[in-house]
Design a protein. Structure first.
Length: 474
């Protein structure tokens, strides 16, 4: 079969390629493969990926359209500065969600001036998110932090996303010190809402600019059709949003969760379009809820290979082994040895039944911990100040979610029944966590979510139909 559309995902370890056939009315899956990433020369790895597709008997059209996501650059180093710690952290997390940035530090009014300057000099961020003040509210925090940034003399791009009535003055302070700035809409114009699109776009633009100068990645920009590389987590988030929300002409599937378990991290995305129509009163204060429609958490110490020891440390070796009812002392030592080995040999494939059992236990544990950290919980104590009684839902409520999509190597290389057992085991011990109660499982065995996200930017209707067909969501 012929393919006229290629979508790459260039990671730090592997370069994946998906070959598709696109017509005016539909998109069809043709083939996929992955090869080791050649960071010193991205083009070499991509040519090997193309050859691996052609070796499957697939003909690539000479004028094939080429799109790409990438996580090879690792993301921009970001520091967020604002007034209230929890609000600033929340805004930073939302802004960085699919923009290609990693939040390394949150700086607020509680930090002394000398610390604010020192931490900027120490981290040397690529991006500073400068928030603070609702529109028409406090001005001084934004201006104060602008002065500290100027004093630090960092070579960062400052995205000014605070009180719009103080932004011009903050920009003047920064530009006088030779610091590049981008002014965008306030990320928190009122106490009831987060508005992050402007800041996300500014940071993503900087991600594209800097990736073009990164070692080996400049050629990637030249090879793709639209010169727009999307961070891989952002592409998966876009796919999740498309599936949940649909398009103007086609309905989505509604509230859903995506479980993305990789070698280094376990990411949980929850898209809840049912929250979009809440009033300000129902939504509550930004600082005390997780009622935004799209939300993602990244567990950087929970992964099936590089971060396998992180899973073992999170719940203890006996906790991991309990998932497969193997709690002997000999098994504990074997598990620890296996985790340490995986950390240094991420390409390893389980060689025997014991190692396959360890992989299942690690997957169940990582998913359970990641889901419980992502989801909210039922309050157990009375808090008269916050108006909270025992049994009150706190945080992100996922109990009504009925669609759970799973992606990752463990799901690609395991039989479907085993995949279902892994996820069901991870969901079984809910305790006080607000996890889905009745749900259907869908597995992205061909690792198409990043491709669907990339497709959604150009052909949302075709991408949605392709996604539903590929994941059997009809």
């Amino acid at each position: 079969m012929d393919a006229n559309l290629l979508i790459y995902d260039v990671g730090s370890t592997y370069t994946k390629v998906t070959a598709l056939a696109k017509s005016e009315t539909k998109i069809e899956f043709v083939g996929r493969n992955q090869v080791p990433t050649t960071v010193e020369d991205i083009e070499t790895g991509i040519k090997k990926a193309d050859l691996s597709i052609e070796n499957q008997g697939i003909t690539l059209a000479k004028d094939s359209l080429v799109l790409s996501s990438s996580s090879a650059a690792g993301g921009l180093r970001m520091v967020a500065m604002g007034y209230m710690p929890r609000v600033t952290a929340k805004a930073a997390k939302e802004v960085s969600m699919n923009a290609g940035a990693r939040v390394l530090e949150i700086v607020t009014h509680e930090d002394p001036p000398e610390y604010r300057i020192e931490i900027l000099r120490e981290i040397r961020p690529d991006i500073i998110l400068l928030a603070g003040g609702t529109d028409g509210g406090d001005r001084e925090n934004l201006l104060e932090n602008a002065r500290y940034i100027a004093a630090s003399k960092v070579e960062a791009v400052v995205v000014i996303a605070g009180n719009v009535f103080a932004q011009m003055e903050a920009e003047q302070i920064l530009q006088k010190s030779g610091i590049s700035t981008r002014r965008v809409a306030n990320v928190m114009p009122t106490i009831h809402e987060l508005v992050v699109d402007g800041a996300r776009e500014a940071i993503h633009g900087e991600f594209i600019r800097q990736i073009s100068f990164a070692n080996g990645l400049s050629k990637l920009i030249d090879m793709i059709s639209d010169e727009m590389v999307v961070p891989t987590p952002g592409a998966i988030l876009m796919a999740a949003e498309l599936l949940a929300c649909g398009t103007f002409s086609s309905e989505g599937v509604g509230d859903l969760i995506v479980i993305d378990i990789g070698g280094a991290t376990t990411d949980i995305h929850s898209i809840l379009p049912s929250l979009e129509n809440l009033s300000s009163e129902e939504r509550g204060l930004v600082v005390t809820n997780e009622k935004q429609p799209a939300y993602r958490t990244v567990e950087g110490n929970l992964g099936m290979r590089i971060s396998a020891t992180g899973i073992i440390e999170a719940i203890g070796p006996l906790g991991v082994l309990d998932k497969i009812a193997d709690t002997g002392l000999h098994a504990v030592e074997k598990l620890k040895e296996y985790g340490a080995y995986l950390e240094h040999h991420p390409e390893h494939i389980a060689a025997d039944e014991q190692q396959r059992g360890f992989d299942r236990a690690l997957a169940i544990s990582a998913i359970e911990v990641a889901l419980k950290r992502h989801a909210g919980y039922l309050a157990r104590e009375h808090n008269p100040v916050m108006g909270i009684a025992p049994g009150t839902p706190i945080g992100r409520d996922l109990r009504e979610v009925t669609t759970v999509i799973c992606v990752g190597g463990i799901f690609t290389h395991s039989p479907e029944e085993e995949c279902r057992e892994i996820v069901n085991a991870a969901m079984k011990n809910r305790g006080i966590s607000l996890l889905p109660q009745e749900y259907s499982l869908y597995f992205d065995t061909n690792y198409l979510l990043y491709s669907i996200g990339m497709l959604s930017r150009r052909w949302p209707d075709l991408a949605l139909e392709f996604a539903k067909n590929s994941l059997h969501l009809h």
